[in-house]
Design a protein around this ligand. Sequence first.
Ligand code: FAD
Ligand code: SF4
Length: 525
Amino acid sequence: MPVDALALVTADQLSHDLSALDGLERASTVVLMVEVVEETDYVPHHRKKMAFLLSAMRHHAEDLERAGWSVDYVRLDAPGNTGSFGGEMARAIDRHAPKRIRFTHPGEWRVLEMARGWEERFGIPVEIPEDTRFICPTPDFSAWAKGRKVFRMEHFYREMRRKTGFLMEGDKPAGGRWNLDAENRKPADADLFMPRPLRIEPDRITREVLDMVAKRFPDRFGDLEPFSFPVTRTDALRALDHFTETALARFGDYQDAMLSGEPFLYHSLLSPCLNAGLLNPLEVCRAVENAYRAGNAQLNAAEGFIRQIIGWREYVRGIYWLRMPDYARENALQADRPLPWFYWSGETRMACVSACVRQTKAEAYAHHIQRLMVTGNFALLAGISPSELHEWYLAVYADAFEWVELPNTLGMSQFADGGLLGSKPYAASGNYIGRMSDYCGNCAYDVKEKTGETACPFNPLYWDFLRRNSERLASNPRLRIVMSAQRKRSPERQGHDREVARRVISALANDRPLSPDTFSDLERP
Ligand code: FAD
Ligand code: SF4
């Protein structure tokens, strides 16, 4: 039978309800799935991330075949693999002579631009339907954003609550308040019972992928094993059940906490499955709402969780598509220092940074506050280039796809969009980490010290960050108190902050521990 449509399915489109397949006849469609070096190499992806996505793709191809689709699957090591989407599309067109190409709107500007060029390149129609797995279609987000001077997630989130009906009682939010975040800031205690994430033993397909990744990428960042990610929809649904049964009840309370040796606390670990398409955001929120309605979770846990998905996740995607491609180049604070090498090794005496980087290397995972308030905060205070940092986040996390990673890194964490996405920079001294974690107890530095040989580096860096950016941040209403405190520091004190920060950055960049020598000639103001 002649082939009507060639439908490309990429590693983040592993869903059975994908719009590219919608309305197509199984008998006259070829689903094309390709593993290409262009995608494994454009940033140095963590080895666990690559294994997760390749194994999930291979499982999904089998599922599609079982469902009656004809799948043309090109493996990374297949003879003749050209290594690019465009090259593999050209070869597949030669093999199948389709009348048209179908490709669900991809999650990255670079790939969308490439796909838009295929109609001219291959001389057949290319259809790019909206990605219906998201709750807010991109045109709806543009309509929401139109005419607004400032964008705030909170306003967008309320619209999403009304649209989805999650945690609503009539037209009012359950419990009377839209946002219960203020209840979600407890530091964790090592004595608490910590649930263990669901561990899934690698099957034959995953084993084959692990061996291939180990051989092909021996020097890449990231531990490959132990590997226990869900790689099928069935296992992803098991992981969702496991989360609602074991961790959701305490998710809200300890959402911002950090604890040595406990990388996961009460987080769901569902972002890789959501972003690859193994789970649908609506079904995840429904499961959480059901747990709340059944009395198995408090409102602050269910609301906090649902807000992350229908609020933040949809909001950052909206911003990405609204502002790309210029968004990726924004650098409102003109930060231009190179990424410190210890982001790739964890070898630093700052216990918090070391713990988060080492955990990232082991798990391809860090929870939100570790990303935002430790590695992100350090980079913000130290003036690291947002684009270098963006490449790091995109590479090292299993859930990292540009539409979600870039706005989180550049906008939320680095304030590089000048406050479009978030209302203030997430800059904090060591105090915050001291309050929300137990890292400082095992650190070479003293979180209470502001100057001197053992001062926590976050402290001088924080004051110097405010000084450096005082003009740019002067009119930010949420920073009024700290900026006023900064201005009240004497000129000598501010000069001292600057010099201490300069020496801290230079020592850290050259892997010199801060020692008495670092500051010995400085007079304390
Ligand atoms: P949970 O804490 O259990 O949260 C539940 C779900 O909410 C997550 O699975 C995720 O789908 C969603 N969510 C929570 N916060 C956000 C957010 N800010 N933006 C979008 N979705 C959110 N998330 C990614 O999915 N991919 C990324 O590449 C990514 N990069 C980030 C980079 C930085 C600098 C920061 C500060 C955050 C980033 N996030 C990213 C958001 C967040 O850190 C992760 O979604 C979360 O840590 C995933 O772990 P979890 O599934 O255990 O989440
Ligand atoms: Fe991090 Fe400072 Fe605490 Fe050390 S003292 S763990 S550097 S916040």
